[in-house]
Design a protein around this ligand. Structure first.
Ligand code: R5P
Length: 311
């Protein structure tokens, strides 16, 4: 097997390569003066099982284009099988039509990746599991939950844990984490706006008084959802609130918002390269998922079970 990478998250690609004890494929993914992406693979990949590691995070469109062009270059170089390894799958939130005359961009991106020549996709905590079905090629969706659960046990295992979903849509994810934490109890933050123009009211379903609350979600973007939910939980008597989030999108003033929030700590994975602001605050901690992705890649290459990673 060979591992190639675009420029979106070089530290993660290097960590995966180190886990697998395989050097990164010698390739250059660069720009022409007008910002066109140009890819050159500097070693033979004919007949190889090649994994391209690239998160389609900010700058989303540039990183997506790098991925597509890497895949095209590999296909034209006669790679036997090409797997797009997407620790973060950008556009995943556009997975349905929120209104008339709107796109389903997640499906379009899936089509682009397939048309470019990918044979398989490996993703992590897809925003919605159904996105797997947007691809007509095999797609594995990995879960960061086991990595998070181990960290939660080590850091917060002494407290009276309560897993919290920051919205009604995240209950399945929260329940899966709770199961890994010896069936910890579950609470849900229910956001309601009774009338248009009225401010949102946060109702907590479940008794969080005195509890060490662990909020789980797939994405933190502006930070609004989590910071508001953390405040509501503290107001309801929680002992502390920590958030575990798979993908730290963290746009705009998100890092500042987290730093000023009621969150004890925000824990994200390295699916997206951390910005300087993220690295500079001690309120945000990054867990690596390189071993998880590397192990899944090894199993795909060996044609052994990936799902058993989560048993
Ligand atoms: C929404 O469905 C996602 O799971 C996240 O809750 C959302 O993307 C977070 O966005 P923000 O941080 O901007 O509130």
């Amino acid at each position: 097997m060979k591992i190639m990478t675009g420029n979106s998250n070089l530290p993660l690609a290097r960590a995966i390569a180190a886990y697998l004890e395989i050097p990164l494929t010698n390739a250059s993914v660069r720009r022409f003066a007008d910002e066109e992406v140009f890819v050159e693979i500097n070693e033979n990949v004919r007949g190889e099982d090649v994994f391209v590691v690239q998160s389609t995070s900010y700058p989303t469109n540039d990183n997506l284009m790098e991925l597509l062009i890497c895949i095209d270059a590999l296909r034209r170089a006669s790679a036997k099988r090409i797997t797009a390894v997407m620790p973060y799958f950008g556009y995943a939130r556009q997975d349905r039509k929120p209104g008339p005359r709107t796109p389903i961009s997640a499906k379009l991106v899936a089509n682009l990746i397939t048309t470019a020549g990918a044979d398989r996709v490996l993703a992590v905590d897809l925003h919605a599991g159904q996105i797997q079905g947007f691809f007509d090629i095999p797609t594995d969706n990995l879960y960061a939950a086991p990595t998070m659960a181990a960290d939660i046990q080590a850091r917060y295992g002494d407290g009276e844990l309560m897993v919290v979903s920051p919205d009604v849509g995240g209950v399945v994810r929260a329940r899966a984490l709770a199961k890994r934490l010896n069936n910890a109890p579950l609470a849900i933050v229910d956001k309601r706006r009774d009338k248009p123009g009225q401010s949102e009211v946060m109702n907590i379903i479940g008794d969080v008084k005195g509890r060490t609350c662990i909020m789980i979600d797939d994405i933190i973007d502006s930070g609004g959802t989590l910071c508001n939910a953390a405040q509501a939980l503290m107001d309801a008597g929680a002992a502390s609130v920590t958030a575990y989030i798979s993908h730290g999108v963290l746009t705009g003033a998100a890092v500042q918002r987290v730093t000023n929030s009621a969150l004890k700590e925000l824990v994200i994975t390295d699916s997206i390269l951390a910005t300087e602001a993220t690295r500079d605050t001690d309120r945000i901690r990054v867990l690596t998922i390189a071993p998880l992705i590397g192990e899944a890649m090894r199993r795909i290459a060996d044609e052994s079970s990936v799902s058993s990673l989560f048993d």
